[in-house]
Design a protein around this ligand. Structure first.
Ligand code: FES
Ligand SMILES: [Fe+2]
Length: 377
């Protein structure tokens, strides 16, 4: 019988730090959405462990992820969560100044022979899948002026391709035309639970009748059609109960169907955990995303966003309250039980418990986590 993971996977700060290295710094992680930074100079920052990255758009429209570390004396350049650079990024310490691609363009008082070209901002890998920006913060990230396709010097790991990590997901979710959708609402949560408990909770609905009375009126909790789990994701689709058309407070759909969906896709929600940190929930009329930002072995920040078709957002009577209220309620129920899981697992009396036959997706995720840990022993 498959069992849950040992206590140290959730309750040990040293294990947590090692896991960040192997799980988050050796994979592409979902940073946010391209429509968060529509104009040149718009930016947002993301932090993970000791790393901070600035995601910004240059004048040609290209998106870059730049390490938030000045090349002079290392100072963090930007402490805001989001904002707009007017043409350049300037260090608050001694005003070294970089362009939006990270090139150093001004460095006062440097001696003759100093070459600005030698000190661009360090670049993280950055790529976009259908509007989702992914960054790669690991050691293989290329520095300017090298491009990901250039041959790496021997001994330097080559940046893996985002497409390879995502496997068949771009094809699978093409009908939702996610790149066209735009942000309607965002809520950021601080959850006192290990990030993996949030992933596990997302991947099963056995708790739905007990914890989510409102959700349980819309889906039947045993009605999930899961796809075979892979190293990149696990998930499946859930149909609606009779008369229900989307996930909202009353099950009513107040927006048009997303334009690319067929009949079957209009009658279900796809719930996929894309490792390590994106929970993607595709509804007939909107997309919900959660990105997980581990903060400690027992704490995670979670950014939840609701994205809609621009033609809906443009309507004078557009209103997202029906879905935001529904999912905010559901989120809080999930965060509460994840915190209770963390609290119980932290006890010295916790020992791995047996999974039921309906928790196979959870075990598939645990198995990846466990194998990663063993590989790096
Ligand atoms: S540390 Fe940034 S300019 Fe000196
Ligand atoms: Fe739940």
């Amino acid at each position: 019988m498959h069992t849950t993971l040992p206590r140290r996977f959730y309750a040990d700060p040293a294990f947590y730090r090692a896991e960040l290295e192997r799980f988050y710094f050796q994979r592409w992680i979902c940073a946010g959405r391209a429509d968060h930074i529509p104009e040149a100079g718009d930016y947002f920052t993301r932090t993970l462990g000791d790393e901070s990255v600035i995601v910004t758009r240059d004048r040609a429209g290209a998106i870059h992820a730049l390490f938030n570390v000045c090349r002079h004396r290392g100072t963090r350049l930007c402490e805001q969560a989001e904002g707009h650079f007017v043409e350049r990024i300037q260090c608050p310490y001694h005003t070294w100044t970089y362009d939006l691609e990270g090139r150093l363009i001004a460095a006062p008082h440097m001696p003759p022979g100093f070459r600005k070209d030698d000190y661009p901002l360090h670049r993280a890998g950055c790529d976009v899948w259908d509007g989702h920006i992914f960054v790669y913060l690991g050691p293989a990230a290329p520095a300017l002026p090298a491009l990901p396709a250039s041959p790496a010097p021997s001994g330097v790991p080559v940046l893996p391709a985002l497409r390879d990590q995502l496997a068949d997901l771009p094809t699978r979710f093409a009908p939702w035309e996610m790149g066209d959708l735009r942000l309607g609402r965002r809520i950021v949560y601080d959850v006192k639970a290990n990030w993996k408990l949030v992933v596990l909770n997302y991947n099963e609905c056995l708790h739905c009748p007990n914890l989510h009375p409102a959700l349980n009126k819309l889906h039947h909790y045993l009605d999930a059609e899961n796809v075979a789990p892979t190293a990149c994701y696990c998930g499946g689709a859930m149909g609606f109960r009779d008369g229900v058309e989307t996930m909202s407070m009353d099950g009513k759909r107040r927006r048009e169907y997303l334009p690319g969906l067929n009949e079957a896709q209009r009658r279900q929600v796809s719930y996929f955990a894309v490792y390590p940190n994106l929970l993607l929930s595709l509804h007939p009329d909107y997309m919900m995303t959660h990105t997980l930002w581990p903060r400690a072995h027992d704490r995670s920040e979670i950014i939840c966003e609701w994205h809609f078709h621009p033609s809906e957002l443009a309507r004078p009577d557009f209103d997202a309250d029906d879905v935001v209220e529904f999912w905010d309620l559901t989120n809080r129920q999930d965060w509460w039980i994840s915190e209770q899981s963390q609290a119980g697992i932290s006890s010295r009396m916790y020992e791995p418990g047996p999974y039921s036959e309906r928790e196979e997706l959870l075990w598939s995720f645990d198995d990846i986590v466990r194998r990663e840990a063993e590989r790096h022993l």
